[in-house]
Design a protein around this ligand. Structure first.
Ligand SMILES: Nc1ncnc2c1ncn2[C@@H]1O[C@H](COP(=O)(O)OP(=O)(O)OP(=O)(O)O)[C@@H](O)[C@H]1O
Ligand SMILES: [Mg+2]
Length: 463
């Protein structure tokens, strides 16, 4: 009896992180009534968390004047009591909308476990929600170089990979999407080869339907490779112009004449498709911004990347960062789609105590993957049913679960090592450095990464 009273009149939650657990509790407590109310196919309930972190319900317009209305008011006010400061005030607890799509207004939503028509909608002040994932592209392989921390040798490794793939005769397209801290193109191109414009210019001109004017002048070829070709699209052109004024506008969505809205990440994808059509590369390498950032989110989740390289320096900061990201993918129900594309790269592995360092890196990487993205390992019996961390079900005998041993070299958590080498230390002239380098030297530093990327590219070429 006491428990029941507590359920009906719970203590309000203290802070943001308890919003979703409180919503889940509430849905569970009223499961029966909610399922009755939402029994028609075209019924829906949105639990909307707004920009300030306040929650209210959104329901179909027809409920407003219906006999269900009183009951919904009652349910809503019970939820609001649980949510404390994170609740909407009385009389604003429910919003009515004609249809679900209109109510969403492009925000991310995810279906609540165990309900077929209850969604949580999360509105963020940025478009980087990390909660959607575009399907893998079926055309030219797209490979994203990402790191949770900056300055870990990501761009250097990308340049060396591009160089090496080109030496093997590939046409490589390189995109510098580290717009806020560009540098890759100057690493790969001497000043006289820099193109007139860059990605930032295109994103700005596209807003006023003027992208065509610069499209032909935003890529340059590197003279580093003898056999294949490296085409580079820089963040900005030879003359960076009003870069800061442009940068502040790149994430603008584009409003089409018919009133539809194209998110900036879709514009970027459109640019990439046009560049692929124009340059006809065998592979696209993308230098993403580091950290949990809006551009990085677009690179990782919106461009249909086939391989996502996660650069990692051993240390708590790295693994906490990746854990945050992986947990968000679990929460949003996209973990299964994204996890098969991931690969950890050991960034700038020190010469001293190399083996120990790599063992520590691998152990911590494994811990994070096991706690989040890998399925729990359990002896599976035929007919047995269980639940994965992301809420999906497995049935014994049909699925073995997706997991790996810590020592499995083919596992995504098992780092491909990039070694520290004095000739790459220091920011000066990577371009000059690569021009003079021999294959053996590159192999000794970047070998594992280059082999891994080459295999991924070749694997897709011969299905
Ligand atoms: N394999 C390596 N051995 C030694 N030093 C390296 C190596 N790779 C990169 N460095 C050095 O580390 C520094 C950072 O490299 P780089 O700019 O490639 O990192 P980044 O991760 O792209 O950084 P940012 O986040 O700023 O873009 C540079 O000074 C570079 O010369
Ligand atoms: Mg960089």
């Amino acid at each position: 009896m006491k428990k029941k009273l507590f359920d009906l009149f719970p203590e309000p939650i203290p802070t943001f992180d308890l919003i979703l657990p409180a919503v889940r509790d509430w849905l569970q407590a009223y499961r029966g009534s909610l399922n009755d109310f939402l029994s028609n196919e075209d019924d829906w309930l949105l639990v909307n968390r707004d920009l300030n972190g306040r929650v209210r319900l959104i329901l179909p317009e027809r409920i407003k004047e219906s006999e269900q209305r009183m009951l919904w008011d009652h349910l809503a006010s019970n939820l609001m009591q649980r949510l404390g400061k994170h609740a909407y005030p009385k009389n604003a607890e429910i919003l009515f909308e004609t249809n679900r799509k209109q109510a969403l207004q492009g925000a991310t939503s995810y279906l609540v476990d165990g309900f077929i028509n209850v969604w949580v909608v999360d509105r963020l002040a940025t478009e980087a929600n990390w909660a959607r994932i575009a399907p893998e592209t079926e055309g030219v392989p797209r490979i994203v170089f990402f790191s949770i921390k900056g300055g870990v040798g990501r761009s250097t490794a990308l340049a060396a990979t591009a160089w090496s793939l080109a030496q093997k005769g590939k046409r490589v397209l390189v995109l510098d999407l580290d717009l806020e801290s560009p540098g890759l193109s100057s690493a790969l191109l001497p000043p006289e080869r820099q193109p007139m414009y860059g990605i930032t210019d295109w994103l700005i001109e596209d807003l006023v339907d003027n992208g065509n004017v610069i499209f032909e002048s935003m890529a340059a070829t590197s003279n580093l490779s003898h056999d294949g070709e490296i085409h580079i699209v820089p963040a900005h052109g030879a003359d960076h112009g009003e870069y800061i004024a442009k940068l502040g506008r790149v994430w603008m969505p584009k409003l089409q004449v018919d009133g539809t809205r194209e998110a900036w990440s879709s514009r970027l994808d459109r640019l990439l498709r046009d560049l692929e059509k124009r340059i006809q590369p065998d592979v696209v390498l993308i230098d993403s911004r580091s950290g949990i950032d809006e551009i990085a989110s677009a690179c990782i989740t919106e461009l249909g990347a086939n391989l996502i390289l996660l650069f990692a320096l051993e240390g708590e900061q790295t693994w906490n960062g990746y854990r945050m990201l992986f947990e968000q993918w679990l929460r949003a129900g996209i973990a299964q789609q994204i996890r098969e594309r991931l690969q950890v790269v050991g960034a700038i592995v020190p010469e001293l105590d190399r083996a120990e360092y790599l063992a520590g890196l691998r152990e911590h990487s494994y811990e994070v993957f096991v706690d989040t993205l890998y399925d729990e390992i359990a002896p599976i019996k035929i007919g047995e049913v269980g639940r994965r961390l992301d809420g999906t079900w497995w049935v014994g005998g049909l699925s073995e679960g997706w997991n790996f041993d810590e020592a499995d070299e083919a596992a995504p958590h098992h780092p491909w090592a990039v070694n520290w080498h004095r000739s790459f230390a220091g920011l000066l002239s990577l371009q000059g450095r690569l021009a003079a380098i021999d294959t053996q030297e590159v192999k000794s530093v970047f070998g594992a990464l280059i082999d891994g990327v080459s295999n991924a590219v070749d694997g897709r070429e011969t299905p």
